[in-house]
Write a new protein. Structure first.
Length: 168
């Protein structure tokens, strides 16, 4: 039975933050899409360019399974989470997000070696800046979204921008 994507529902983030003690960069999105929630891990929509872009930037094979993705993140010292812990949303529509409870980003930074936080798009940035403290906000860099809805940026352009930031 398919859910009605035009009905708002209360979503509690279904995934734990992914990080290791030696993670150096934290990527924050807004909230997992319907497809990601169905697939059980971050950036699970097949059209999202996140994993493909990272594979190109790090000169690695694109990870496919959840275990491969976790291994990829560990190897490259990347942490993943979202700026929203809980909200009301209609399907995957960022524009419908309301009644937000923010994620605990501070504990990720305190329990890792994260030096830089990269926001995957405007919605992640908006909610991060609204709810996180000044010290965390000063670590944030806004990058273009890897979402398929962000047609203004080609895969090549995303790789160039994200790659430049990851090499700094």
């Amino acid at each position: 039975m398919q859910k009605n994507l035009f009905v708002s529902e209360r979503i509690v983030h279904p995934f734990e933050p992914f990080f290791c003690g030696d993670s150096r960069v934290l990527f924050v999105g807004s909230l997992p899409s319907v497809k990601s929630r169905e697939n059980g891990f971050y950036y699970g929509h097949p059209q999202n360019r996140f994993w493909k872009m990272l594979a190109i930037v790090f000169f690695e094979e694109r990870p496919n399974s959840i275990d491969e993705k976790k291994d990829f993140l560990r190897r490259n010292k990347i942490a993943l989470y979202d700026s929203i812990k809980e909200c009301t949303i209609c399907g995957s529509a960022d524009s419908s997000i309301r009644d937000v409870k923010p994620s605990d980003i501070k504990s990720i930074v305190e329990n890792s070696k994260v030096e830089k936080i990269l926001a995957n798009g405007k919605t992640a940035t908006k909610f991060f800046l609204k709810y996180q403290d000044e010290a965390l906000c000063s670590m944030l860099k806004i990058l273009p979204s890897t979402s398929p809805a962000n047609a203004a940026f080609s895969l090549e352009k995303l790789c160039e921008i994200w790659g430049r930031e990851l090499k700094n």
